[in-house]
Write a protein that binds this ligand. Structure first.
Ligand SMILES: NC(=O)c1ccc[n+]([C@@H]2O[C@H](COP(=O)([O-])OP(=O)(O)OC[C@H]3O[C@@H](n4cnc5c(N)ncnc54)[C@H](O)[C@@H]3O)[C@@H](O)[C@H]2O)c1
Length: 433
């Protein structure tokens, strides 16, 4: 099938290259000329495991290409995925300007029947607006489908290749059949393709992200209470996770969730609730707890230094919002580092993949170390903010030797508290005894 994917970000690139991998002819379009130029030269602008190989193979075999020309891409394609960004506006609602601009441009370019698929995460009712915008521009026949994406960064290719489910929202059977055909190679192990009306499909995505964010905030709040009452959240978490009704995922306490999805999608759902006089009270609490979590972490650091961190030097391990990505959108590290800088601290940071992003965000306000050991040279504490695999088992003797003081604030509970105490470190975890 000939496919166009509009927006070559974390989602669009993965979607486009995975559809190419299953034999389709895919053109990935973006209005960022620099991005397209890089992709045409074989430079992948993001870090996503497995993606470079996939892109290289499919470009070489002629099934995948990149272009700035939306019009040509639409005209050669039967199915057009809209995968542009939907960031937060000042009110908390999703900014749909890119989705709408693309919808109008698709309408203007149409020269025959097309299936236009909203892949971006968009509030309920957006597909109707997309349909209206296209309708204004064309007499050609088309269908609009909502097909939200559930991949997670860091395992995006794997998730797309082996999805838990595919959700297709449409208002007639024809586009559903086309998407069934497209997704058939990815659901051979029996994952369901769930077909619903459009609004329900749009809602599924928000409900899923809101629920996952709620689990994290719930666990963070429990970890705060554990600290207050002298309980150990590690065992509490395991006790919950062993219950088959609860399961283990998204129960790790830490410095709060971040990234390009949970914060903006919870805000957008809260906003949708307000617009429909149905306050999302649980989600408002989820967001408030999350916003507090980074501040609590900073408070703990400041408390350790008797209320004054002026002139203190901290080595920060991890900038990305989670491991296996270079993405720093809404990363807790940004909030935490900014608070520490405001209070007069100096920061040296290291991240295996997000150094360029970090430099773009902080510029010369912080130092960037070439590795995690250099990062803590002369520091008054090590702050672990992203649980990269490479940080899990470091040489603590070496760390202790180069630090000014042996203090660790473990924002992800990845270290063994007792082991560190034996080595002479002062250790702070989240909700641990
Ligand atoms: N990142 C994730 O893990 C994830 C997972 C599921 C769903 N989503 C959703 O998918 C959507 C895209 O997310 P992302 O992380 O890939 O965003 P992104 O910012 O990485 O990519 C968006 C791309 O769209 C391009 N773009 C913007 N306006 C355009 C226009 N008018 N024409 C052509 N291209 C344009 C941008 O240049 C950018 O390359 C969002 O709605 C997001 O919520 C993201």
């Amino acid at each position: 099938m000939n496919i166009a994917v509009i927006g070559t970000g974390y989602v669009g690139l993965v979607v486009g290259s995975c559809f190419a991998e299953s034999g389709n002819d895919v053109v990935c379009v973006d209005n960022n000329a620099e991005k397209i130029a890089k992709l045409e030269k074989g430079i992948i602008p993001i870090y996503e495991p497995g993606l470079p190989d996939l892109i290289e193979r499919n470009v070489r075999d002629g099934r995948l290409s990149f272009s700035k020309d939306l019009r040509a891409a639409v005209q050669r394609s039967k199915v057009i995925f809209i995968a542009v960004g939907t960031p937060t506006t000042a009110s908390g609602a999703a900014d749909l300007s890119a989705v709408y601009a693309v919808a109008s441009a698709i309408g203007k370019a149409m020269d025959g029947y097309k299936v236009v698929v909203t892949k971006s995460t968009v509030p309920v009712g957006t597909a109707d607006a997309v349909r209206n915008l296209i309708q204004k521009e064309t007499d050609q026949p088309f269908d609009v489908v909502s097909n939200p994406e559930f991949l997670k960064q860091g395992a995006a290719v794997e998730d797309f290749m082996r999805p838990d489910r595919i959700v297709v929202g449409c208002d007639n059977p024809k586009p559903a059949e086309i998407l069934r055909e497209l997704y058939a190679p990815f659901v051979r192990t029996g994952s369901p393709i769930m077909v619903s009306d459009i609004r329900t499909a749009e809602m599924v995505k928000y409900a899923a992200n809101a629920f996952l964010a709620a689990r994290i905030s719930f666990m963070n709040e429990i970890s705060n209470l554990c600290e207050a009452v002298g309980a150990d959240v590690d065992l509490v978490r395991k006790g919950l996770a062993a219950d088959a009704r609860i399961g283990h995922a998204f129960l790790f306490p830490g410095v709060g969730y971040g990234g390009s999805c949970f914060p903006k999608d919870t805000r957008a759902l809260i906003q949708t609730g307000r617009e429909h006089s149905t306050p999302m009270r649980i989600l408002e609490a989820v967001e408030a707890v999350n916003n507090d979590q980074a501040r609590r972490f900073v408070d703990r650091v400041v408390r350790h230094f008797d209320g004054n961190i002026q002139g203190k030097r901290f080595g920060v391990w991890g900038l990305a919002f989670k491991p296996r990505t270079n993405d720093m959108r809404d990363a807790p590290a940004i909030t935490i580092i900014n608070h520490l800088l405001d209070k007069g601290a100096a920061i040296s940071a290291y991240d295996p993949e997000a150094m360029d992003e970090g430099k773009r965000i902080f510029g010369s306000r912080i130092e960037f170390a070439p590795n995690n050991y250099e990062c803590v040279v002369g520091s008054d504490a090590l702050l672990l903010l992203t649980e990269w695999q490479a940080f899990r088992n470091p040489n603590f003797e070496r760390i202790k030797d180069v630090m000014r003081r042996p203090v660790i604030f473990d924002g992800r509970n990845i270290f063994e508290a007792r082991h560190l105490a034996d080595l002479g470190f002062t250790y702070y975890g989240i909700g641990r005894k």
